[in-house]
Design a binder for this molecule. Structure first.
Ligand SMILES: Nc1ncnc2c1ncn2[C@@H]1O[C@H](COP(=O)(O)OP(=O)(O)OP(=O)(O)O)[C@@H](O)[C@H]1O
Ligand SMILES: [Mg+2]
Length: 321
């Protein structure tokens, strides 16, 4: 049994008589200790899909389909049952650490709370564990740091605290949503290394949401490319990055800034914009921006096809590079 088995996850925004699909028939699995990156442009539904697994999607969005975590159905589960899973068995780090930490509580109190709430730890035991967790996320001088408030720390350090909180109850799965986006490049690299180390130390499965394909290459064995709420392509990261099979993935890779690139050549930008919610037609959602689109692409939605774990939703011949 997979650790996480997502099947046909749909998120819809119901406005009066109209219903807009935000995430459309998303399916993937994640085994114990495995890592999967979900990549795609802004607005493709990455965050809301991840939040839906925890029952935390935007209130206006309705989730359907199935997401089983260790066999337990998360979609539509009772709030109390979800609270027991959240934080304890699934740890999560959200997009913006500045708003995710409580400004009125010390870092130590925030980590300790998790342990008191989920594991019934006493305050002294929880603080001792908090100290070990700060060591684990490589924050030096843990006793002093535990007594500090979030505003007394740098952005990178706050992000490490977020990771410490997420790992406090030793979850089997860590969901990290753009954990490095708000940080400068050096700090980003340190955090990527840290996440890689922690995965091994804590035997974690990782669901990483990012638009940074460099991060993907370093941290995740598998990649899923999402566009306008639909899966375009998925497979082994090495394969997806080296031989992208979907024109959207090819375009994403071309649009990626490279440190070794020629700075005189302007960066490629994918022409056009993703469809707005409810604007997608009956065909492939990427067809209006696809340089290889054919007649059929506009009319018929391509089904996801492939062998084993490598799948893509595209009408082009499988042999097309
Ligand atoms: N609070 C909300 N209420 C209603 N709809 C929302 C809400 N937040 C997001 N959406 C819808 O869900 C879509 C997907 O948003 P989401 O935040 O999941 O994208 P994302 O892929 O995480 O983007 P980014 O890379 O910018 O973080 C949005 O385009 C929007 O239509
Ligand atoms: Mg997001």
């Amino acid at each position: 049994m997979s650790l996480l088995d997502v099947r046909g996850l749909c998120l819809t925004l119901d406005r009066g008589h109209a219903s807009h699909t935000i995430v459309d028939d998303l399916s993937f699995t994640l085994d114990r200790g495995e890592s999967l990156a979900v990549v795609g442009e802004s607005g493709s539904g990455k965050t809301q899909a991840a939040l839906a697994l925890l029952g935390l999607q935007a209130p206006a969005l309705r989730a359907r389909g199935s997401a089983r975590f260790e066999g337990f159905e998360l979609i539509g589960a009772a709030a109390a049952a979800l609270r027991r899973v959240r934080g304890a068995r699934i740890g999560f780090v959200f997009q913006d650490p500045a708003t995710s930490l409580n400004p009125y509580l010390t870092v130590g109190a925030q980590i300790a709370e998790m342990l008191e709430l989920h594991q019934g730890a006493t305050r002294p035991a929880a603080l001792a564990e908090a100290r070990r967790l700060l060591d684990a996320v490589r924050i030096a001088d843990a006793p002093r740091r535990l007594a500090q408030y979030p505003h007394e720390m740098s952005g990178g350090m706050r992000q490490r605290v977020m990771i410490a909180i997420a790992l406090a109850c030793r979850p089997q799965l860590l969901i990290a949503d753009e954990p490095t986006t708000a940080l400068d490049v050096t700090v980003q690299q340190q955090l990527i290394t840290l996440l890689g180390d922690l995965r091994r130390e804590f035997a974690l499965a990782l669901l990483l949401i990012t638009h940074d394909l460099g991060v993907v290459a370093e941290l995740c064995e598998r990649t899923l490319v999402l566009y306008a709420g639909r899966m375009m392509e998925t497979g082994a990261t090495a394969h997806v990055l080296a031989r992208p099979a979907h024109p959207y993935t090819q375009a994403l890779l071309r649009a990626r800034p490279r440190l070794d690139g020629d700075t005189r050549v302007p960066l490629y930008a994918i022409p056009g914009a993703p469809p707005r919610a409810g604007q997608a037609g009956g065909g492939c959602v990427f067809a209006p921006r696809c340089t290889q689109a054919m007649e059929v692409c506009v009319q018929l939605r391509p089904a996801a096809q492939g062998i084993g774990d490598a799948r893509r939703a595209c009408h082009l011949q499988a042999t097309t590079p």
